[in-house]
Every structure is written in C-alpha cells, then in structure tokens.
Write a protein that binds this ligand. Sequence first.
Ligand code: C5J
Length: 225
Amino acid sequence: MTTKEIISVEAEPYAFDFSPRTCALLLIDMQRDFLEPGGFGEMLGNDVSQLRRTIAPNKRLLTKWRLRAWPVIHTREGHRPDLSDLPPAKKIRGRSKTCIGDVGPMGRILVRGEAGHDIISELYPLPSEPVIDKPGKGAFFATDLHAILQNQGIKQLIVTGVTTEVCVNTTIREANDRGYDCLVPADCVGSYFPEFQKMGLEMIKAQGGIFGWVSDSEKILAALD
Ligand code: C5J
C-alpha cells in the first residue's frame, strides 16, 4: 500500500475517504468498570450487555488495524490516586452513595492503577499502542492526545468505544473543533440506554455530518478488503 492510497467507506451522510497512513483507530474507555459484569457500571444498575455487544466488532477492527500496522490509540477515563485532578463537582455529581475514588467492586472507582480502571482483556493495548489517561469525558481535555496525533501526521480518526453519548460524543466534538475528521462505526460504540445510542449517532451525522460520519465495522472491513 502506498501512502497516497485512499480507502472509501460507505457511510452516512456520505462516503468517508481516508488515507490509512493519516488515520488512527481511537478506542475510547473500553474499561472493565464500564463493561464487565460485577463492575461499577453494573453496580449502578446499568445493563452491561448494551456495551458488551461492541467487544466483538471492536476486536475485528483492532485485529485488522494491527495486521496492517496502522496507528491505534486507547483511552481510559480516570484520576490520580490522590484525586488531585478530580473536580469536586464531578466527585459529588449524581449524589450516589458510592462515587469516584471510593472502593467499588473492582477497586477504587475510576482511579488509575485499579483493576476496574484497566482496559478489558479482549482489547488490551499492545506495548506499542499509546494509552491516554484522561480525567474528563473528552480525550483531548488535559491530555497529550492532540500532540501525539500531530506528531504522527494523523488527520482522521475512526472512533469507537463507550459510552456513545458521553465520552465518544464529547471526544468527537473536541476532535471536530481541532480539525480532525471522525468516522464512527455504530456497532463499535455503545450506550447503556438504547435511545441515547440512537440519538448519539444521529447527532454526529446530522446536518451533512456536522461532527462526522457514521458507518459500521463490516463496511469498514469490506472497504479494506
Ligand atoms: C464514558 C461515562 N466513558 N459514561 N464515561 O462515557 O461516564
């Protein structure tokens, strides 16, 4: 494959054309506490199967990206163990009995280094793949993601992960304002709430793709083959 080769993926609102050398696969927050039975997400009463259906298509996409040696970046939402980067407003939001920093079913909730904060084994990062530890919902806020992308000449992102309406949408909006094109495979992003999944995707591709494009993993894989 030459660096000039362009791949065209069937997408909405129209085809997404990308050069593999300048396009990264960005996996958002595929963390144990959000996805695994017995984790913090389930403890709050959420149906984790709504997120777990994204694991297999993410795995297929990730495997293909790795085979081609194209850029892959992972993110994790979480805070320093001393919670010095946790805004008090975020800590108390939700008025839950158990909140960020407290001991949950898989260690301290959303704290770096704890079991639940780590990425699920199915999609575990390779040592060569950057992992962005982010204290906010967006992956660009208070991280070096933009610098890493700029240094690699990345202009386009295929964004997957959880949850669709929170960290995926926030990251796509941040990316959009920084000049990146984003494609979202619908089957590779998940929400605990089906209506938010639907609207989270609608909002991205509305108005001629105001924040980006929506497709699915099969269409991306078909374009690569
Ligand atoms: C993410 C959240 N990753 N829902 N976090 O979306 O709090």
